[in-house]
Design a protein. Structure first.
Length: 335
């Protein structure tokens, strides 16, 4: 068998890649030029290929190890590597803050700077950051409306909501978002709407009363699935920002409390749309963590979640960056 170099792989755009991996109790290594993970079955070692050219994110959970050669090949293929705890909840080794997954993006001197240059045109001015955050929140509403009412997969699993009731909630949120005077008001509205979406999802799945618990403290399946599924969205968020060359610290909404706040901002674009309803559906159907994880990955892939994240980031950089530049130019002329 001939070795395959990462440079020989055909390039697949990140927005079109199909795979997200969450691995537990295995070793990740390079075998014959391929990145594989090895599981033990009795005295047998089973080798499973990871198609790195068609993969966006690899999350390494409990009981995993990875070789330097595997990290090198993943980085060459532009795969986001994250370390987390069992079930997708965070493992805090390797980070200085205790509320984050440790993300390891590939390093390259040739990452694009176009979007970073547009981003920093507005980022240092708080009103413009707020304007960008509002664009994110409005895009989130549109995503929820589309996925909750048009996803055939959700309907096939028995998840149906009253479109008029859902639309009324979203319509009420839009003016509140646009009227928000600061990040605190915007975060408050985000949390308020999410609580209403929890209520709708609980009704649609006959879940009963639901209260969102703190991470790791949930006593019911839906809370556990929400914790688990959100980290899949974080993986895509980290990938989207890396693809466009945007540092994770240049957040527009979560930046005051999160070192990697931009990842959380971007993940929020799809969490309520795709992860939230699936968590309640999987709780209703008695899914295992693996079944829930696979359902989330399929939903994120089929709905083009990564493509959507990238497009929102590009539009925000373009629209807000140019507006901030124009306003600065006018102030210069006035002076």
């Amino acid at each position: 068998m001939e070795d395959i170099a990462a440079g020989d792989l055909k390039t697949i755009l990140h927005s079109k890649r199909a795979n997200i991996y969450y691995l537990e109790h295995c070793r990740v290594l390079v075998n014959g030029g391929r990145v594989e993970y090895v599981t033990e079955k009795g005295k047998q070692s089973l080798y499973w290929n990871i198609p790195i050219a068609n993969t966006t994110t690899v999350l390494l959970g409990t009981g995993t190890s990875i070789t330097q050669a595997a990290v090198r090949e993943l980085a060459k293929a532009g795969v986001m590597l994250g370390f987390c705890g069992g079930g997708g909840t965070p493992l805090f080794a390797g980070t200085e803050f205790e509320q984050e997954v440790a993300w390891f993006p590939g390093q390259s001197e040739y990452r694009p700077t176009e979007y970073l240059q547009r981003w920093v045109r507005f980022w240092f001015d708080e009103p413009w950051r707020l304007a960008a955050a509002k664009l994110f929140q409005l895009a989130r509403l549109e995503r929820v409306s589309q996925h909750w009412t048009r996803s055939r997969n959700l309907k096939d699993q028995g998840f149906t909501v009253d479109p008029a009731q859902l639309q009324a909630l979203l319509d009420a949120s839009r003016p509140a978002i646009e009227a928000a005077r600061d990040n605190t008001a915007l975060l408050t509205e985000e949390a308020r709407l999410t609580r209403q979406l929890y209520r709708l999802a609980a009704q649609a799945t006959n879940h009963g009363e639901f209260t969102r618990a703190k991470r790791g403290e949930g006593t019911d399946a839906a809370n556990g699935f929400l914790d688990h599924g959100n980290y899949l969205a974080y993986g895509l968020g980290a990938t989207a920002t890396w693809v466009l060359g945007l540092p994770h610290g240049l957040a527009v909404l979560h930046g005051k409390t999160r070192k990697g706040g931009l990842v959380f901002d971007v993940a929020d674009l799809v969490k309520d749309a795709a992860i939230l309803p699936q968590a309640f559906v999987s709780a209703m159907r008695g899914h295992t963590e693996q079944e829930f994880r696979q359902a989330c990955i399929e939903a994120l892939t089929r709905s083009g979640a990564l493509d959507f994240m990238i497009e929102v980031l590009k539009e925000t950089a373009q629209r807000i960056g140019l507006a901030a530049e124009s306003a600065a130019a006018q102030r210069g002329v006035g002076a």
